[in-house]
Every structure is written in structure tokens, then in C-alpha cells.
Design a protein around this ligand. Structure first.
Ligand code: RB5
Length: 151
């Protein structure tokens, strides 16, 4: 898969680790910035990443800011983007399997590189299971989320 990565200055210190983890898991990383510690506005980078997924230029994404919160809030305003902060591997995996999460959000001021190296593969190895026999309830629930999204 191609995985888009974007961050603000608060997430920048973790970006290299995330990109290396994506490559180590056998995927391609699409780096959408930012590229320094200079202060920027996270919504600008969230929008780039969301548009890359909406256009089919990436299948999933990883967003980084200081807490992970700002990028998650902004990303979930975009159609077809299902983003969540996951600072444990259980949530990083189950968010994809049950909820169709396609963007993992991390707080660069909350977790360190060793945790990120475990979270990224947990997120990337997981697949949505709502299309499997006996698991239809997850597809039903995601369908209801998408109905909310459509208003
Ligand atoms: C930037 O200082 C910080 O507010 C941002 O990285 C993020 O934590 C917002 O949620």
C-alpha cells in the first residue's frame, strides 16, 4: 500500500520513525511534510493528506501533531477519512478491523519512537473484517457512520 504521512512541527520529530516503520513493513511512504520544527498550522497538512486519500494517491495515512488531537479533529471533517488517535496496538489494529479507520493519528509529544514503531505495523497489518461471514455488524455500523457523514 501507499501510505501518506503528514505532520506539523509538534509531530515532526516522530515523522522519520513513522516513515521508516512504513517502509520496514513493506509499504511505500508518501511524505507530505512539514519538514522542519518551524511552526505551521496542522489543518493545512491534514488537508493535503486527506486529499491524497480522496484522490486515490494513497490508501491510508498517518498524521502527527503534538497531541494527535488537532490532526484527528481536522481529518474527521473530510469525507471518506476515518481518523483516530491510537497510542496502543490494540486500538491501532481494531480501529481498522471494526471501524474502517484509514488514518492513524499520533502525538509526537505524547509517545516516543519505540511505541510508534509498534503502532505503525499494527495499523498497516490490519484489514476491515466487516465483509467476513459473521462479522456483518461492523459493516452495518460503519454504514451508519457514513449515513451520519452524508447528513
Ligand atoms: C502545536 O503547538 C500543537 O498545538 C499541535 O501540534 C497539536 O498538538 C494540536 O492538537
Amino acid at each position: 500500500m501507499r501510505i501518506a504521512v503528514a505532520c506539523d512541527h509538534g509531530g515532526f520529530p516522530l515523522k522519520k520513525t513513522v516513515i521508516e516503520s512504513i517502509r520496514a513493513a513493506g509499504h511505500e511512504a508518501l511524505d507530505l511534510g512539514t519538514d522542519s520544527l518551524e511552526s505551521v498550522d496542522y489543518p493545512d497538512f491534514v488537508e493535503k493528506l486527506g486529499q491524497a486519500i480522496q484522490r486515490g494517491e494513497a490508501e491510508r495515512g498517518v498524521l502527527l501533531c503534538g497531541s494527535g488531537i488537532g490532526v484527528a479533529i481536522a481529518a474527521n471533517k473530510m469525507k471518506g477519512i476515518y481518523a483516530a488517535i491510537c497510542h496502543n496496538t490494540y486500538a491501532a489494529r481494531q480501529g481498522v478491523e471494526h471501524d474502517g479507520m484509514n488514518v492513524l493519528c499520533l502525538g509526537g509529544r505524547v509517545i516516543g519512537p519505540e511505541i510508534a514503531k509498534e503502532l505503525v505495523p499494527a495499523f498497516l497489518e490490519a484489514e476491515f473484517i466487516g465483509n467476513k461471514p459473521g462479522q456483518e455488524r461492523h459493516a452495518r455500523r460503519v454504514g451508519k457512520v457514513q449515513a451520519i457523514e452524508r447528513g
